[in-house]
Every structure is written in C-alpha cells, then in structure tokens.
Design a binder for this molecule. Structure first.
Ligand code: PEP
Ligand code: MN
Length: 367
C-alpha cells in the first residue's frame, strides 16, 4: 500500500549540521535557571540542530510533574535564541498550538498518547490550518500503524507540508529490557509506504534508561532513519520527569561523536561494484530458495493426495515435532537464528496445510 502525503522535501526545511537531524534538550522545561544551564552545557554540542523541551507533560499517573505550562514557552524560546537554534515542543490540544505559535516556537510534535486519539489529532490539525510550521508525529503507544498514518494524514490535510514522523517504540504489558519495545518493522513498513517521509527515532523513550541509548541510536542510524530526538538535561538525576533516561548535557557532544552516521550510498566506486556483485549472488540464492519452496510444495501436494486416498489426517503432531526439532538443531549448528527458523517453518507448514486441505476438499487452491 502506498501512502499519499503532500510533503515538502526534508532537505528543504530541516537545517542539519550532520547528515541526520539531531534534536536534543530536556524532557521538561523546568525553570529559567535550568534552561540557562542547558544553554551553557548543551551549547558545546554544536551538532545539535534543534532544542527540545516539554511544556505540557502527559503523565501516566496524576501527581507527577505535569510541566510548567505556557509560562515556560518563553524560557524555551530564549534558550533557543541564545544557542542560535530552533526550538520544538509537544502539543496535545488546540490551545497548546495557539500558545506555542504565539510564543514563537519553531516546530511542534504530537506525542504518542495524543496520536492514539483521532479527536485530539483532528483538533490539533484544525488549529494548524493556514500555518506553515514543521510538525513531527510520534507513533501511537500501541503498535497500530494505521493510527500513526491517520494522524500524519490529518495533519497533512490541514496543509502542513513540513511533516515528519518520530518512532518512540510501543508499550507492552510484557516485561522487556526496553521501556517501549522498538518493533523496528513498524517504522520500516511506514518508510516502505512513503519513502520520502522523514522518520526520526527517539531512543530515549525506547530505552527508558541512559545505558541503552547509544545502542538504540546506532541501530536507528543503521536502519537509515533520518535523525534522532534525544533527551538531555543539565542535571539528569534531579530532572523532574524521565530522570533515568536523560543524558547529561555535557555528555551529548561525546555521545554524538561516538555514533557512526552511516549514509545510504557510498561515493566509493570500488565499494559500489563489490556491493553489486554480492547482490547479484543474493538474487540467485533467493531465486533458488523460491524454486526449492515450489518443489517442496509439489511434494506436499503429492503427500496430500496419498493422505486423501488412505483417509489419513493432514496434521500429524509427531511429524511436525520432528520437523521443528531436526530443522531447529540443524539451523542452530549452522549458526542460523533458531527463532527465525521456527517462524519460517511455521509459515511453510501453514501453507502446506492449506495446500493439502485444498486437495482433501478436492479443489486444489493455488495461491
Ligand atoms: C516526550 O518526548 O517527552 C514524551 C512525552 O514522549 P512520548 O509522547 O513519546 O511519550
Ligand atoms: Mn520524556
């Protein structure tokens, strides 16, 4: 499925010092003094393109710090001016949009909790009509790509053409090392539907702790995401929100230098030639895999025919167990991920059952 959005090329509206857009700053704007420290300490990290700061904080439980509200917009804006960088904040309703724009906030983002609610997104979109401001849409907290797309469409229909998405992971009831499980396949699916839609990664809300931020950031860059939004604070341990996951403002410079900013293409012709040769081999291997699968399905159908003639069931637990066990250990011994092998076998088995069911029903259903 292709996604239709009328957007302005990212390069035209996002001023980047590195190949990727880097957004950083505190989770919440807490006080003028805190923002003064941000200016002093974050100022050294020249690679940061945009200063972030939360003004209205959506908190899961009441009685947590909910942001300073509109009064803090000016603190964020002056910090941006002192650093010579545009500023971005989160908006969750029409009033936030109005207040942020009146205070000269340069860019807006829609938070994960808001993206889940089409009424709120529509309210924001209506408030944005006739305004030319970049808007970043975070993924909804649940892994529903349609909700994410719907929010992007609503904002785009309101006339916002400087549009980007932010991947911040998905919440889950299951225990995980991540605060929000990345499920990288979802931003990849979004990118496949609309190649020129910029997608940034927010490793802070995926990781939920300082230690994993580098790893998640590098993974996002390796997947060719268009930038990063990283929470940083002059005194992270005493931050009023998300204290565990914010990097110290001083550390940002080193942190950014430690990342490999990979690009999609190389200017080295030797590398490009080698890549092409290796890809030709991959193409042949893939063709072989497909042909082998077709031969396997031919045999599966023959077996289906025998089973039908001899009144034998399609599914046989013992055989299925044997397949999982033998192929699982073969894969493991050859250093192929066992979990991948299991998922692959399940798909093959599902199709085999479908083919044999077709034979049993006396009408072969070719896919
Ligand atoms: C944030 O960026 O501070 C924030 C609240 O993010 P999210 O909407 O991803 O939870
Ligand atoms: Mn936060």
């Amino acid at each position: 499925m292709d996604l239709v959005l009328d957007i302005e090329p990212f390069e035209q509206w996002a001023r980047k010092s590195a190949p990727k857009l880097l957004i950083s700053g505190p989770c919440s704007v807490e006080s003028p003094e805190q923002m003064q420290q941000v200016v002093e300490k974050l100022g050294k990290a020249e690679q940061i393109d945009v200063l972030r700061g939360g003004i209205w904080k959506p908190r899961t439980r009441p009685d947590s710090f909910e942001g300073r509200g509109s009064i803090a917009l000016a603190w964020l804006k002056s910090a941006g001016e002192a650093l010579g960088k545009p500023v971005i904040t989160e908006v969750a309703n029409a009033q936030h949009v109005e207040d942020a724009l009146n205070a000269g906030i340069d860019m807006l983002w829609i938070g994960a909790r808001t993206t889940t609610n089409p009424f709120s997104v529509q309210e924001i979109a209506d408030a944005l009509k006739g305004v030319d401001v970049p808007v970043f849409v975070k993924n909804p907290i649940n892994p529903d790509i349609q909700l994410w797309i719907g929010a992007l469409e609503r904002v785009n229909k309101a006339g916002i053409r400087k549009l980007a998405a932010i991947h911040r992971g998905f919440s889950s009831y299951e225990n995980s090392v991540f605060r929000n499980i990345p499920m990288w396949e979802i931003p990849i699916a979004l990118k496949s539907m609309k190649a020129d839609l910029p997608i940034l990664c927010d490793p802070s809300h995926i990781a939920g702790n300082r230690d994993m931020i580098s790893f998640v950031s590098q993974k996002a860059l390796d997947l060719n995401m268009d930038g990063l939004m990283i929470e940083s604070h002059p005194d992270p341990k005493h931050a009023l929100s998300d204290a565990e996951q914010q990097l110290s403002s001083e550390r940002m410079q080193n942190f950014i230098q430690g990342l490999s900013m990979r690009t999609e293409k190389s200017s080295n012709p030797v590398f490009e030639n080698q890549l092409e040769e290796l890809r030709d081999i991959i193409d042949e291997i893939d063709a072989d895999i497909i042909k082998k699968l077709v031969s396997r399905m031919d045999i599966v159908e023959k077996i289906g025919e025998y089973k039908r003639q001899n009144e034998v069931t399609i599914f046989q637990l013992e055989r299925w167990r044997e397949i999982l066990q033998t192929r699982g250990s073969l894969a493991k011994s050859l250093d192929l991920d066992e979990e991948f092998m299991m998922s692959f076998l399940e798909l093959v088995h599902e199709l085999s059952i479908k083919r044999q069911t077709g034979i049993m029903n006396d009408k072969l259903q070719k896919d």
